[in-house]
Design a protein around this ligand. Structure first.
Ligand SMILES: C[S@@+](CC[C@H](N)C(=O)[O-])C[C@H]1O[C@@H](n2cnc3c(N)ncnc32)[C@H](O)[C@@H]1O
Length: 283
């Protein structure tokens, strides 16, 4: 005998499916909003980029505005003043051409013929504002940060403020971007960073940690330079989006700590950031 068909049961079932559809169509909508752009950027990168590590990209316009406010806050300078330095590096065609030409000249099979600075824009602005006499960057890779920092030191010198750049690097060959005119403003110290820092005798005004990104090694670098910092020294942690080493160091040593999150433009990489450790109201 055929089962008696229950309309109420059927309607309840349809309603249930409708609710599932509604829930999931919203979830799919959310997916396209947040995920699709990143997936598209990932395939773009797979097909158009040669980079495999330490990737380069521009950051979004709104992120640049956030960065200006961030630098303005940590240096206690006004927005308009800080922005002049962002404009300065953005319009520095000599620096941009230097990066592109040296990448081509060195036939780097893992680098793109582009010149994007990402969060290093913030490093540049800090050097222009602070006018440090000694800048140390640990870990230089191709030398992109070295060029950005030395370009700022070069401009400071043109305005009468002397400064020197020192980059520590484990590899014997890394750093092909760091050539003249930028290499005239500093040098690369080869070998293990902590060992090089132990022997470093000058007072450091700006220290940038970007070498071995393990928490322990990062902390070791900060402890090694602790007594080599000048009174007004700033420290940048390039790993602060993942590590709390600079935050802990700042807490222990009565220093302020702030973090800026980078937002890459049209790139799948979610971005790193700039952790800044500093002593407030010192300028
Ligand atoms: C993330 S990359 C640096 C990127 C660079 N600061 C820039 O602006 O593009 C890390 C670099 O640290 C170097 N490195 C890793 N461990 C190191 C160590 N113990 N001492 C010195 N350099 C190290 C690597 O060889 C690599 O070149």
């Amino acid at each position: 005998m055929r089962k008696k068909y229950s309309y109420t049961k059927r309607i309840k079932q349809i309603y249930k499916y409708f609710q599932i559809y509604r829930k999931h169509s919203y979830r799919f909508h959310m997916r396209s909003h947040y995920v699709e752009k990143r997936v598209e950027s990932f395939f773009n990168w797979l097909t158009n980029s040669k980079e495999v590590t330490n990737m380069t990209y521009d950051i979004t316009d709104i992120n640049k505005e956030q960065l200006i406010h961030f630098i303005s806050d940590v240096t206690n300078k006004n927005y308009a003043f800080v922005k002049t330095y962002l404009n300065e590096i953005t319009n520095d065609e000599k620096l941009k051409n230097h990066i592109i030409n040296n990448t081509i000249k060195n036939k780097d099979q893992f680098a793109d013929n582009t010149s994007y600075f990402g969060r290093r824009l913030g490093w540049y602005m800090l050097v222009r504002i602070l006018k440090p006499k000694v800048v140390v960057e640990t870990g230089i890779d191709k030398g992109l940060g070295s060029c950005v920092l030395s370009a700022a030191i070069k401009k400071n010198k043109e305005e009468g403020f002397e400064g020197r750049y020192f980059g520590t690097e484990l590899s014997k060959t890394n750093g092909y971007l760091f050539s003249k005119p930028y290499s005239e403003y500093g040098k690369i110290i080869r070998g293990d960073s902590v060992e090089s820092l132990k022997k470093f005798t000058s007072k450091i005004d700006l220290f940038i940690n970007d070498s071995d990104h393990s928490h322990e090694y990062e902390a070791l670098e900060y402890n090694t330079i602790k007594n080599k910092l000048s009174k007004r020294a700033y420290i940048i942690g390039d790993n602060s989006h993942e590590s709390r080493a600079l935050y802990d160091f700042s807490n222990k040593n009565n220093r302020n700590f702030l973090f800026f999150k980078e937002e890459p433009l049209n790139h799948f990489y979610p971005g790193a950031g700039i952790g800044v450790s500093y002593i407030k109201n010192q300028l």
